[in-house]
Design a protein around this ligand. Structure first.
Ligand code: G3H
Ligand code: ZN
Length: 273
């Protein structure tokens, strides 16, 4: 079976996209892997800041790498949006296959220097590094104006940081509902004409299926999805709780939400592969 990072390298030039899903426990992680196996497609399980707040990186690394190792498709374990080098070092030592150093809020030179430091730590362990230039805003934090990626800055970043993948801000916004994002394809084209590495689009829950088809034609190799699955799980859970007031067992209450999440993940994976 090909290594997940190899899939992503090739996907950039093969009109395929590997989805990275934010996960918050074993129920959603297993449901996503089941969906990936059913679709026979590679995926990444991603640990974001919220997930790291409730469980430490060592536990996440052990849990997710065990799930990934037993999957019948390539599954990556990814550290999402991380600004601390210490946490990145821990992830590299604990089974993560890729890490994101998020220097998007820093001046470009600092972002490049820190990302390069992460690349030096990660390379010898075969861990891929995702960097970001420009900043993808968060709708839930009221960040409306997007700091779009400058193609020239992206080029300089790629040349000097040696990151493996580049997250770009081209109208994509975190935590939107489907179809709400307006992507700037001209900017995406300018970036890919200068940068030869796989590109990453965050906030993919907000991208319409029409635009998903379009970005497959581009150098985008990975998209990040969180909100769409969190909604599927949370809304089904709320309904289950309301319909079954006598049930208090977590395992029973989580059954239907995990099934609904699996269904939504399967649809997303099939759209992207
Ligand atoms: O890094 C995580 C993602 O960019 C998820 O974004 O929750 O808007 O799908 P989303
Ligand atoms: Zn993101």
């Amino acid at each position: 079976m090909k290594h997940i990072n190899e899939y992503i390298r090739h996907a950039a030039f093969q009109k395929r996209i590997v989805p990275g899903f934010n996960v918050f426990g074993y129920e959603d992680s297993l449901a996503i892997v089941r969906a990936a196996e059913q679709a026979n497609a590679p995926i990444l399980l991603m640990v974001n800041r919220d997930a790291r707040r409730v469980m430490n990186i060592r536990h996440w690394g052990a849990l997710l790498s065990s799930i990934a190792n037993q999957a019948r498709v390539p599954v990556g374990v990814h550290l999402d949006h991380c600004t601390e080098l210490k946490s990145i070092q821990l992830a590299i030592e604990n089974g993560f296959s890729s890490v994101m150093y998020d220097g998007s809020k820093l001046p470009l030179n600092e972002n490049i220097a820190n990302t390069h430091q992460v690349v030096c730590l990660a390379r010898e362990k075969g861990v891929a590094v995702e960097g970001e230039v420009g900043a993808v805003p968060y709708d839930d934090l009221g960040e409306t104006s997007s700091e779009m990626t400058s193609p020239e800055e992206a080029w300089q970043f790629c040349q000097e940081s040696h990151a493996d993948w580049l997250a770009v801000s081209v109208g994509n916004i975190h935590r939107l509902h489907a179809g709400k994002a307006k992507l700037d394809f001209t900017r995406l084209e300018s970036i890919e004409s200068l940068c030869q590495i796989p590109l990453v689009i965050h906030g993919a829950s907000g991208i319409s299926s029409v635009d998903i088809k379009k970005i497959k034609e581009h150098q985008v190799a990975k998209v990040n999805i969180g909100t769409a699955l969190r909604r599927a799980f949370g809304e089904t859970l709320r309904q289950s709780v309301q319909e079954n007031p006598a049930v208090y067992d977590r395992l029973t209450l989580f059954e239907k939400p995990a099934q609904q999440l699996e269904k939504v993940a399967y649809e997303i994976i099939c759209q992207l592969k």
